[in-house]
Design a protein. Structure first.
Length: 508
């Protein structure tokens, strides 16, 4: 096979990609070797099983390395004056091209293996949906990745209004790790750990022994205490996992503003990540307060921006997060620096919503809590009184929790105009305070159900090409909500409103 270099204006990936693939596959094979070997000992002696696994491992690693060698040989890329081209494929050559004017992101990632070799994976994206909007160069040298990032994100520097500063905007404070255990990730990881133990024990044919061992430990213990101990063990495992995940994702975190108007987030312990956000595409920020984090007075900061990659991998990487969970005051300060404002819009005084909105949340919350109780009650009346006691216990626990969450959700409601931004806040389990640039609003959606109409409420939604695409002020007073939308973007909503009575109070 020829290894002649491509033409001068074309470039190849780093040839060490073959070594990386071989090492990664070898690690995967090594992890699977023990359970496979134990499984084969059911039919063969241990030495024969080991030889079979070794032969299979060599074959799998060789095939993977060979396939990657072909991929490297048949892949080349070029950065032209107008377009970025990527050609790859053996029998079916795939040619893809992105206009440089449409490129919005050039992100660099490197797992531990790539970092040891001085390599990175470069993701060039337009921020549109689908894999066709992203070109992946995997891998190139770190120097080449930085060159491509600076070259493709190069913009003429423009002076932005307002107070701002260049350079470092935020850096990791190790004390922020205390917010990791109170996130929703901890119980999920605890359940995953328990499931992993059962799955691995099943692979090696020892699931029955594991269950029997656990049963022996708690043979004389009441069932209630067994459940409590197992739940606590899962939570401890989840907390440990959440701490480890946080360290891996956010260690070495740094947020900085680069010359030319680009925000850059760098983070990661074993897998390093570099994410760039053009300020020209920034339309605001979203201050997110999950329940556990909020109880400790903290919040994280997300970017509301157009053009961020929307593929599956980017979503899984917290691609739009500018600041991890940090003290609320620190999050507000970073928000002001990011938006180049003297004060953060997310801290603006909000207009509260009518009491009728509180009643709606109480009804929804109680209906959600009492629905399962009603089902258990009916089943208990038909089948066994035990279900009636379970229904009573659920009601005793669920009803107070539902009321507290409903009242908290009502207190969270609010909206305001703060300088160049409109601000909306809602949510209880996940409270969100979104500050959206008024110039970024491209339309309004006004919704009013029959029940809202009777209560004099409506919901107004600002639609935008950035972030989640829609930001809603729920259950506002009908007149206040329409006035809010009309004042936020003058001239956009007025053609669809009738003015009657007080000319300053529009109505639908």
């Amino acid at each position: 096979m020829s290894t002649a270099a491509p033409p001068a204006d074309w470039h190849r990936l780093d040839p060490r990609t073959v070594l990386v693939t071989a090492l990664v596959v070898a690690g995967v094979v090594a992890g699977a070797a023990i359970p496979v070997t134990l499984g084969l000992t059911r039919w063969f002696s241990l030495p024969v099983a080991v030889l079979q696994v070794l032969a299979g491992a060599v074959l799998v690693i060789g095939v993977a390395a060979g396939a990657d060698r072909v991929r490297w040989h048949r892949t080349r890329y070029r950065v032209g004056a107008e377009r970025v081209d990527l050609h790859t494929g053996l029998l079916l050559v795939k040619r893809r091209s992105l206009a440089r004017s449409r490129i919005r992101t050039v992100d660099l990632t490197a797992n531990l293996m790539l970092r040891l070799l001085g390599l990175v994976t470069v993701r060039i994206g337009t921020g549109e949906q689908g894999s066709e909007s992203t070109l992946v160069l995997d891998p190139v040298t770190r120097a080449e990745g930085e060159r491509l990032r600076l070259l493709l994100l190069e913009r003429a520097a423009t002076a932005s209004p307002g107070v701002h500063r260049e350079g470092e905007l935020a850096v990791l404070d190790p004390r922020w790790i205390r917010y990791a255990p109170v996130s929703f990730v901890a119980p999920m990881l605890g359940g995953a750990a328990a499931g992993a133990v059962m799955q691995v024990s099943d692979w090696v044919g020892a699931q029955g022994q594991v269950i029997e061992w656990v049963g022996d430990r708690f043979r004389e213990t009441p069932l209630l205490w067994v459940i409590i101990v197992l739940v606590l063990a899962a939570l401890v495992a989840g907390v440990v996992g959440a701490l480890g995940l946080w360290i891996e994702m956010w260690w070495n975190y740094r947020l900085e503003r680069e010359p030319g108007g680009t925000l850059r987030v760098r983070r990661g312990l074993f897998t390093s990540r570099s994410i760039s956000v053009e300020e020209a595409r920034l339309r605001g920020v979203d201050l997110v307060e999950p329940l556990g984090v909020r109880l400790l007075g903290a919040a994280r900061l997300d970017a509301i921006t157009t053009g961020l990659a929307k593929d599956h991998e980017a979503k899984n990487a917290d691609h739009n997060t500018l600041l991890p969970a940090a003290p609320r005051a620190r999050a507000d300060t970073v928000a002001a620096d990011v938006l180049r404002e003297p004060g953060t819009p997310t801290g603006a005084a909000l207009t509260p919503h009518p009491r009728a909105a509180r009643g709606r949340r109480l009804r929804w919350s109680l209906a959600a809590a009492l629905g399962p109780v009603l089902i258990l009650t009916l089943l208990g009346a038909l089948l066994t009184p035990v279900l009636l006691w379970i229904a009573l216990g659920c009601a005793v626990v669920a009803v107070p929790v539902a009321v507290v969450l409903a009242l908290d959700a009502y207190r969270a409601l609010g909206h305001a105009l703060s300088g160049r931004y409109l601000v909306t806040r809602s949510g209880t389990v996940r409270r969100s305070t979104a500050a959206l640039e008024r110039a970024g609003v491209i339309g309004w959606t006004v919704k009013q159900s029959v029940f809202q109409r009777r209560a004099g409420l409506l919901s107004v939604t600002a639609t935008t090409a950035a972030g989640g695409g829609a930001y809603t002020a729920y259950d506002t007073d009908a007149s206040e909500g329409l006035a809010f939308a009309a004042d936020a973007v003058p001239g956009l909503l007025e053609p669809f409103l009738e003015r009657a009575g007080d000319p300053g109070r529009p109505r639908p």
